[in-house]
Design a protein around this ligand. Sequence first.
Ligand code: SAH
Length: 400
Amino acid sequence: MKALRLRPGKERSLLRRHPWIFESAIAKGGADPGETVRVESHEGRFLAWAAFSPVSKIRARAWSFDETQRIDASFLTERCARAVGARGLFDIQSDGLRLIHGEADGLPGLIVDRYGDTLVAQFLSAGVERWKPQLADALLAATGLTQLYERSDASGREREGLKPVTGWLRGEGATERTIREHDWQLTLDIATGHKTGFYLDQRDSRQRFAEIAKHRRFRRVLNCFCYTGGFTVAALAGLRAAGALEGAEMISVDSSLPALQRAEAHVALNGFGAANSQYLDADVNATLRRFIAEGKTFDAIVLDPPKFAPTVAHAERAARAYKDINRLALQLLVPGGVLLTFSCSGGIGADLFHKIVASAGIDAGVDGYISERLGAAPDHPMTIEFPEGEYLKGLVVVRK
Ligand code: SAH
């Protein structure tokens, strides 16, 4: 068995069960991509079994902190079964579900989503890449399904020295899917959609937005970075439940035309024809500025931008970008209006995001209060030992 020897004092984070071993912590040792290594302190004490990744800054990711554990197919089968079993603990109103959430499920670099009878997986580290056939079998065994599509085309693969790979890994079928979420239906294409096809992590926040829309009977709603219109459909569902759909104005903005076309199709699919919906293929920042110039106002605005700061190194520039759009959105709200604002940047912590939104309010000359904090749905869990897992944070801000 190959071993990695750490530099003196570098065992601390592993002793706290943080699963990443950075290049800078390693004194000596190496292995092939994805090969299991025994990680040892400078003094030679066992710390973890880990998957080696020769080119990544995260040079190894821990599989297990138990010295007696063998890392083999049955270990992976058990981890997959445990993760799938844990999803049964949540009351999730959808047949689109995250089954494996990487590090949080003890499978670093593996993402698996289920859309109805089909699994979609991303293999994003050298470790899970090496064990791909065994993991594919384990996933089918844990779920009783037969179809598994691979979407290993996320940018993280590059950092692991892996090329993009997509296509059916087990079984095959149509890539176009319809899923039910809460009271509505959504469609996606697992081959071409963002991530594995859809943003499942925002499921609970979409539901919350539907409830707020129902309670407040919004007349004018602006959904920025709408992708395929998840928050648009949620708001309209809430308005319909309140009997307030007729005449409501709904504007959805995204820079992806195919996503917008799907958003429009979703509004039709769910029977929301009575609302007055517009779809703008445009840059959000420029659109917000134009609306301010035109004197437009909204009762509710959603800001769910892409990751502006993938790592802490991008935090400063990202902070400015977040502040800009939040300032513009707050200016567009009527008094009593509601802003749902999100950041999915791992590099921006919850406290920093709060500060950014607060200073956006000051610059906008707008007073607000935070009525709720939002986060990823429970099938995207975090472990206590792995703070990087908390990537998605949201605030509900009400303009005073
Ligand atoms: N709220 C969505 C997910 C949003 S993902 C949901 O619930 O499903 C972020 C979206 O922002 C993507 O669809 C992407 O196409 C879009 N986007 C990225 N940069 C943009 C820009 N500058 N202006 C408008 N849209 C942008």
